[in-house]
Design a protein around this ligand. Sequence first.
Ligand SMILES: CCCCCCCCCCCCC/C=C/[C@@H](O)[C@@H](N)CO[C@@H]1O[C@H](CO)[C@@H](O)[C@H](O)[C@H]1O
Length: 478
Amino acid sequence: MSEESSYIFGHFGDDFKWGAATASYQIEGAWNIDGKGQSIWDTFAHTKGKISDGSNGDVAADSYNKYEEDIQLLKDIGVSHYRFSFSWPRILPNGTEEGGLNKKGIEFYRKFLKSVVDNGLVPVATLYHWDLPQVLQDKGGWISQDIVNHFVNYARICFREFGDIVKFWITFNEPTVFTFLGYGVGTHAPGIKDPLNSPFKGGHNVIKAHALTYKLYNDEFRKDNQGIVGITLNSDWYEPKDSNSDKDKRAADLGMQCKLGWFANPIFGDGDYPQAMKVRARSVSAMLGFPGSFLPQFTPKEIELNKGSADFFGLNYYTSRYVSTCQDFSEPVTEAKVIGIEQHSDPSWKQGESEWLKSVPWGLRKLVKWIHSNYNAPDIYITENGFSDKPGIIEDTDRCDYLKEHLQELLKAKTEDGVNLKGYFVWSLIDNFEWNVGYLERFGIYHVDFEDPARKRTAKKSATVFSEIVKNNGFTRN
Ligand SMILES: CCCCCCCCCCCCC/C=C/[C@@H](O)[C@@H](N)CO[C@@H]1O[C@H](CO)[C@@H](O)[C@H](O)[C@H]1O
């Protein structure tokens, strides 16, 4: 089952962008400071039993106060771009402008952005990295149709307040994850368990909100601000368990269509959900006595709006799976059971500290090639890629190997396969709050001491290894 790989030398090209990524709830802290409203992650993490180590993001890496230091770290590793996210409730504590704009929140982000650009870095802003204002969740959150306009209005405020500085926008981070884990299995905020209905209703609203936000930028901001707007989707690569089995090949394709295609096909494909996903949703619905399909339908007008609503494809990649077919639908309902597949891994794959994360570099090359050929060769930015280990490791050899090996595969995809790869952002710049597992799994190339009130940052070995690749813009012979 192993895949051959070879080491190559070469560079990514002059226009390739290097960066590091973070997200507001995971690093900022200051959860109730300077007028910030409560987010669903504040509520969730403050609820006993939801986070493995009982922690929360109240202080996190304290980047609200230490962002200048973070910017210095970015300069130290030599990247040109910083991917961060705006906290919606820091800007709109009650979710909407009518509920009051938080001037201090706007001032904070303008100060932060000024420092980013004054230091010669390019800001890449994610509008939504999962911290929905709690007030909006109380009105139904992503399941409510009203959220579409609320999001577009929030986006308008960000374009208006920050569009002179921010030219690189990502509407959503990983919608499959926040809809399925947040509204399906309930391990993420807001903790709703309804695997066969709510994630798909929520996802439908996310796609509509994304497409309308893209239109908004085109109609009202693009001419003056000259920026780009895209979305970040995540996917594992699904490889047939037996490459000679047609059944396994179909299972792997179904996995790709349901996981990546769910959001990619409407935006980068024909404007609608993938046919295979629609068929699967109808058959699962029939099996469970759900009338029609749990997958909502777009109107022809919505399909037109969805189609082509991104200037680039943001991709987060962490791991891959071998896949075979599976008809088991016993409790608990998992993502794989909904899709109708069984997932397998190879014992030789290096295991991260996160149970779901195994290092499979060749999967990334196959994934970007798949995107290239299925969605008409879009510009692709790897907006996240990284490896987890235990707290406290500074000599993080496994992460160094992971980054080098994944960048090797990307170099092959770019130089040998002709994939339009435009940039790479490591996840993450610094150790941070890793959602439902708190601080037990670390992804930073800089260590953060969460016991220290000063949240001291220390470079790990991977910071040096990564910065060397950035400096060489690839892999050179010494
Ligand atoms: C009939 C159709 C059925 C479709 C069903 C599809 C179900 C999709 C379920 C998705 C669940 C995915 C769980 C995987 C999660 C990881 O990839 C995720 N943790 C990655 O998140 C990003 O990575 C960082 C490290 O975990 C994280 O800190 C960052 O904030 C995330 O952006």
